[in-house]
Design a protein around this ligand. Structure first.
Ligand code: PEP
Length: 251
């Protein structure tokens, strides 16, 4: 892809007041940035509020999760069509917290990815290895299995329509970032794997890095040839940090 992308994942944080204050600080300086597509993913109850605040700003709205079914007796769940109706452009799929805390399997994640595509959303497939898996040398196999499950379900064209985010679990919310070289190596692996299906579409697929990206390490990560932007957790809750990361991506 041409420009970079930066997506903020607010996780289960925010309030009507805090969201308004954050965006009031963030949106005016972001409006001056070119060459980067920015999105924020608030919790479900704030999608309508945040969507209204983002109107005309150029910053896109995303959700953090969805159910694979369109509708039905799934108490507490949210369907892709509902997210689309509320103005979402993106939806995160298979975030490591969903996988580890809520038991989401590679197969379920693939179903969700497909449901998001079918509704016209851009799913952001999150993949990543745990520290134990990195230590025992299975990073490549874990990432390959996570990507292949989705590839088998939606094909390379489906993956290329969405986004893939490499988020090593050991780097999420820990303050420990993958070095630019470590991140680049996995991004290259993902692109090579996608390239086995179609080289051109693989080259065009947006691959984001996530895991303790901060203002002071963003530029080095984004300078890597296969890193097309970032998925930002903690630092997306602070206007100055998130802005600095977006600026690093715009350079
Ligand atoms: C995330 O949750 O997607 C994430 C990358 O979190 P953090 O930036 O806080 O590590």
């Amino acid at each position: 892809m041409s420009g970079k992308r930066v997506i903020g994942n607010w996780k289960m944080n925010g309030s009507l007041d805090a969201n308004r204050r954050l965006l009031q600080e963030l949106l005016p300086p972001l409006a001056a940035l070119t060459g980067v597509e920015v999105a924020v993913c608030p919790p479900f109850p704030y999608l309508a509020q945040v969507g209204a605040l983002l109107e005309g700003s150029g910053v896109a709205l995303g959700a953090q999760n969805l159910h694979a079914a369109e509708k039905g007796a799934f108490t507490g769940e949210v369907g892709a069509g509902m997210l689309k109706e509320l103005g979402c452009r993106y939806v995160l799929v298979g975030h490591s917290e969903r996988r580890s805390l809520f038991g989401e399997s590679d197969e379920l994640v693939a179903e969700k990815f497909e449901a998001a595509l079918a509704a016209g959303l851009l799913p952001v497939l999150c993949v990543g290895e745990t520290l134990a898996q990195r230590r025992d040398g299975s990073t490549e196999a874990v990432i390959a299995a996570q990507v292949r499950a989705v590839l088998q379900r939606v094909g390379i064209a489906g993956i290329a329509t969405g986004v893939v985010a490499y988020e090593p679990v050991w780097a999420i919310g820990t303050g420990e970032t993958a070095s630019p070289e470590q991140a680049q190596a996995v991004h290259r692996q993902i692109r090579t794997l996608l390239g086995e299906a179609d080289r051109e579409l693989a080259a065009a697929t947006s691959l984001l890095y996530g895991g303790s990206v901060k203002a002071d390490n963003a530029a080095a990560l984004f300078a890597q040839p296969d890193i097309d932007g970032g998925l930002i957790g903690g630092a997306s809750l602070e206007a100055a940090s998130f802005l600095a990361i977006c600026q690093a991506a715009a350079r």
